[in-house]
Design a protein around this ligand. Structure first.
Ligand SMILES: C[S@@+](CC[C@H](N)C(=O)[O-])C[C@H]1O[C@@H](n2cnc3c(N)ncnc32)[C@H](O)[C@@H]1O
Length: 293
């Protein structure tokens, strides 16, 4: 009996002294989780969770796009954002998954679940091309590295992704492991678990179009017990080294002689943000965007 009372207590969240709110679940997500959604399209996934919970007070829903872009390009974006606001969600725009760990609003509030459904850079081109795959791996790896910094202890990062070729070539599990993350579960994704969710292409040409899901799964990651704090080597760095080694015997010699770090440091642009107090002359104005944007 005491055990049942304990479980009951766990499942109830006392919001105000006279109001007990029952915990509600939508597949993997609980109304008690602090949830961050990244890379939203028309925000229908966030709405689906909010409807299931009857609240969005623990939801932070974000997009890389501006509010104006969203309402212009997704027919349901305005209605979805209005619903989320009414349910108490925090809405953030221009959140770049690959550098969000320093986002002012995100870094002060850690999450139990960080979710990115169907990450895709929007790159045009053949999905099976090596360059396109490497760009996507960079997106996923940079997202995971940033998300790890925003997790609460025992928190999980969820990536829903297609599991057939060529998407399987992204090797999500390996990319995550390089970020010090361990796969805890991989569950087949069924869209009917999330009523109202419309998966969107989110590219520049036809953002509001849906795409066939085919076989896909939700990959759930947690921080490994022995996770390093130093950043992983990124897929484009590996690729560059491989190409150089193949093309240039001197580069190969340098790699063998331990000059690898020097070599890549010389050739890879610094993509970190400029400091506020740094002075920028017209000749050194560059992009602060990662290469896949
Ligand atoms: C295939 S769409 C999926 C959209 C949405 N998650 C869904 O399931 O409907 C990929 C999304 O990733 C977003 N995206 C691409 N690069 C991003 C980045 N660096 N940070 C955040 N979002 C990004 C795009 O804007 C697009 O909305």
């Amino acid at each position: 009996m005491a055990e049942i009372a304990g479980i009951h207590k766990q499942q109830m969240k006392r919001k105000r002294s006279n109001e007990v709110v029952k915990e509600k679940w939508a597949k993997h997500y609980s109304s008690n989780h602090q949830i961050l959604l990244v890379g939203e399209g028309d925000f229908s996934f966030s709405v689906s969770l909010a409807m299931a919970f009857g609240s969005a007070s623990n939801i932070v829903a974000s997009s890389i796009d501006t509010y104006d872009y969203l309402i212009k390009n997704y027919k349901n974006a305005k209605a979805n954002l209005d619903i989320l606001r009414k349910f108490g969600a925090q809405l953030l725009h221009v959140v770049n998954a690959v550098k969000m760990k320093n986002h002012t609003d995100l870094r002060k509030q850690k999450s139990d679940r960080i979710v990115y459904n169907f990450p895709h850079s929007g790159d045009r081109g053949k999905e099976s091309d090596e360059d396109i795959i490497v760009n996507h791996q960079n997106l996923v790896q940079s997202f995971l590295w940033n998300a790890r910094a925003l997790l609460r202890p025992k928190g999980e990062i969820h990536v829903t992704h297609k599991t057939t070729h060529p998407y399987s070539c992204w090797n999500i599990e390996e990319v995550a492991s390089e970020c010090g993350l361990t796969l805890v579960e991989c569950v087949k994704f069924k869209i009917e678990d999330y009523p109202g969710y419309n998966n969107k292409r989110g590219d520049r040409r036809n953002p509001d179009l849906s795409f066939p899901l085919g076989k896909c799964s939700t990959f759930k990651f947690m921080v490994s017990s022995n996770a390093k704090k130093s950043p992983p080597e990124f897929p484009y760095q590996k690729r560059l080294k491989k190409t150089l080694a193949e093309m240039n015997p001197i580069a190969e010699y340098l790699i063998d002689a331990g000059g690898l770090t020097y070599l890549t440091e010389c050739l890879i642009p610094d993509l970190s943000d400029l400091q506020d107090d740094s002075e920028t002359s017209s000749s050194d104005v560059g992009t602060s965007q990662p290469p896949h944007i």
